[in-house]
Design a protein around this ligand. Structure first.
Ligand SMILES: [Zn+2]
Ligand SMILES: [Zn+2]
Length: 329
């Protein structure tokens, strides 16, 4: 019987280990996919650290690019051999008040790829076809992988920022390097905030169209209409509030963040808003991949063999990565 290889997390805080198991057959509505690339997302670190809800053991990975090997009963819209993407949103109930009101990202009983169902740090994955995407052709497998979460959830965060001609991006990693290009293409002025003293990160941000780049402890040369926070550091929230104008928004785009320090009410007053982004809807994916096609954006990736998943996670944790890490089985 053919086997798949996966990098599995047995319990939080442990290194991933290589496992082999029989390749499962896709159930009704599912597809068996041969993985060709899987992006490494900060949420994977939160899964490894036990900071977000997950089941264990689990195979992480929710920026999956692969080709359809087999269709389960009732799957329509996909064909064997087709390239597909599998995102974080693995399944929703379709019945709760959120699902029925176009907010399936907030579903009461969701499944998440790489957290509550096995993900793409593997040679093969089984996914619910209803939540998979066809992908823009102009990207290679490795290039398109980071779009499936860093790009997509960043896109949702940018939409929640509203009109916002002047935006700030706090934490210039995988998501911000994509969103800076999209926002610039939309005609916005983008300011990038990195760790203080991260000259390489600031140069990278300017090379992608940012009009200014500096440390997160600095104020930008103009007031922001909105700030998007991608780094999981709660102390950025009061800093970003000081950088946004009256009526401006601070959008927290991560799934986990350290505690937010207290701050004077005066910094929130004048109708400034703080909001968070949770997950994605399928509509976010459809609209974002259209923008990814039109905007001419390019992703910067660092590739690792699947067996070096622990090293990729360590590189992400250390802040040394430029762009996004991608695993290749
Ligand atoms: Zn639901
Ligand atoms: Zn993610």
């Amino acid at each position: 019987m053919p086997h798949l290889t996966a990098m599995q997390l047995d319990e939080p805080g442990r290194p991933l280990r290589a496992v082999q198991r029989p390749i499962p057959a896709p159930g009704p509505g599912e597809m068996l996919i041969a993985v060709s690339a899987c992006g490494v997302c900060r949420t994977d670190l939160h899964v490894v650290d036990g900071e977000v809800a997950a089941r264990y053991p689990i195979v992480p990975g929710h920026e999956i690019v692969g080709r359809v090997l087999a269709l389960g009963a009732g799957v329509t819209g996909f064909a064997p051999g087709q390239r597909v993407g599998v995102p974080w949103l693995g399944r929703t109930c379709g019945r709760c008040a959120y699902c029925r009101s176009g907010r399936e990202n907030l579903c009461d009983s969701p499944e998440f790829t790489g957290a509550t169902r096995d993900g793409g740090y593997a040679s093969h994955v089984v996914a619910d076809a209803h939540y998979c995407f066809a992908l823009p052709e102009r990207f290679s497998d490795a290039e398109v992988a980071p779009l499936l979460c860093a790009g997509l959830i960043g896109w949702r965060a940018l939409r929640l920022a509203g009109e916002a001609p002047v935006v700030g991006l706090y934490g210039f990693g995988a998501a911000a390097h994509i969103l800076a290009q999209v926002a610039t293409w939309q005609g916005r002025r983008v300011h990038a905030f990195t760790k203080p003293g991260d000259g390489a990160g600031q140069d990278f941000a300017r090379s992608l169209g940012c009009v200014w780049a500096g440390g997160a402890d600095e104020l930008p040369p103009e007031e922001l209409d909105a700030a998007l926070i991608f780094a999981p550091a709660g102390e950025l929230v009061p800093l970003a509030l000081k950088a946004v104008r009256k009526g401006g928004r601070v959008v927290c785009a991560g799934i986990h963040m350290s505690d937010i320090p207290s701050f004077p009410y005066a910094d929130l007053w004048e109708e400034r808003q703080i909001l968070s982004v949770a997950n994605l809807t399928r509509e976010d994916g459809v609209s974002f991949f259209a923008v990814a096609e039109q905007s001419g954006l390019a992703t910067v990736t660092e590739e690792f063999p699947l067996g070096e998943a622990n090293r990729a996670l360590a590189r992400l944790r250390s802040g040394e990565l430029i762009g996004a890490a991608v695993l290749r089985p």
